[in-house]
Design a protein around this ligand. Structure first.
Ligand code: GTP
Ligand code: MG
Length: 319
């Protein structure tokens, strides 16, 4: 399990520094699961990272960035928050990959203490409605109206919030921005009361339940999303072929799998320039995350139709 490293930058508030903090009596501990759900691209993973205080889930301006259930933990005072990031719920293209993504979302919301239903402030369309209709009735749902910083006429939000009240018995309404530290601090206070009094499940320094191998493949996928054109990301994935540790060095070999021969050229770029940049940026990100040296080797392979093939989708690590 990846743990919190000291001295790393943090978007969310750090616990009050004490030389020898008093241990929290297990009887006073609070711990529970908070699922983050919504249609693609509303800012779920940006929110998770801000809450955890470190990047554990990849983000991009393109939809369908997250493809897995990703747990991120944060322990503040007596409370351990276990946040669960989910893929954006897919309402189009019923291919094997999208079916797997939706299965992941449904699995993640079934057994949590609180759901943060994320929408873009002032907007609600059929894709949002679809997600809302699938949420379990017995779990409190907070309407999190994200990207509030992009709302120019804030007075317009009042009628929108009233219309949202009629859609679902939301426990609370939170207009905010995942990129604003104060909003993130406020969100901890809002979520805390929904978590049961029970001993912590994780070490207070734990960051995520995801392995280093997984983080490596995700960082490569993020750079692929960020550095290539619009068409490519949805039909590509990343597989780790080798992950070895030699003292303070991690040696990783990964393959970017694309659907078509033409896509291969887009990933490699002229003179290998694009692939080199994807590798460099992913390596730098991993070195920062793990505070060690990383040697990263990237390959590109074509597997036509993988995203339509249930067995292949599973073999690439999707549900
Ligand atoms: N202006 C603004 N942009 C935001 C905010 N939160 C997220 N974003 C941006 O929205 C885009 C999508 O963010 P992600 O966190 O990847 O969204 P997501 O919901 O996890 O997307 P999927 O994993 O594809 O479902 C990125 O470009 C973020 O920088 C916010 O509060 N304000
Ligand atoms: Mg995401």
């Amino acid at each position: 399990m990846l743990a919190r490293a000291l001295g790393k930058e943090s978007a969310a508030p750090a616990p009050v520094a004490e030389e020898m903090p008093d241990p929290i009596d297990p009887a006073a501990q609070r711990c529970g699961f908070v699922a983050i759900v919504g249609k693609p691209n509303v800012g779920k993973s940006t929110l998770l990272n801000a809450l955890v205080g470190q990047k554990v889930s990849i983000t991009s301006r393109k939809a369908q960035t997250t493809r897995h259930r990703i747990t991120g933990m944060r322990t503040l005072g007596p409370t351990q928050f276990v946040f669960v990031d989910t893929p954006g719920f897919q309402t189009r293209h019923g291919n094997a990959l999208n079916r797997a993504l939706n299965k992941t979302v449904m699995g993640a919301v079934s057994d949590v203490d609180l759901i943060l239903f994320v929408v873009e402030a002032g907007s609600f369309n059929q894709a949002d409605a679809k997600v809302l209709s699938l949420l379990p009735a017995n779990v409190p749902v907070v309407l999190l109206a994200n990207k509030f910083d992009l709302v120019h006429r804030r007075a317009d939000l009042a009628p929108w919030l009233r219309s949202m009240q009629e859609r679902h018995p939301f426990a609370e309404f939170v207009p905010m921005s995942a990129k604003t530290v104060k909003d993130i601090q406020r969100l901890f206070t809002i979520c805390e009361k929904y978590l049961p009094l029970q001993p912590w499940m994780h070490d207070p320094d734990a960051l995520t339940d995801r392995s280093e191998r997984f983080m490596a493949s995700e960082m490569v996928r993020e750079k692929l999303f960020r550095l290539t054109g619009d068409e490519l990301p949805y039909t590509s994935t990343v597989v780790i072929d080798k992950f070895e540790e030699e003292g303070a060095l991690k040696r990783i070999a990964a393959t970017i799998v694309v659907e078509r021969e033409g896509h291969k050229g887009m990933v490699i770029g002229e003179g290998g320039e694009k692939l080199k940049r994807i590798g460099t940026e992913a390596r730098q990100e991993l070195e920062k995350l793990w505070d060690c040296k990383v040697f990263l080797e990237l390959w590109v392979k074509v597997r036509s139709g993988w995203a339509d093939d249930d067995a292949r989708v599973r073999s690439f690590g999707y549900e």
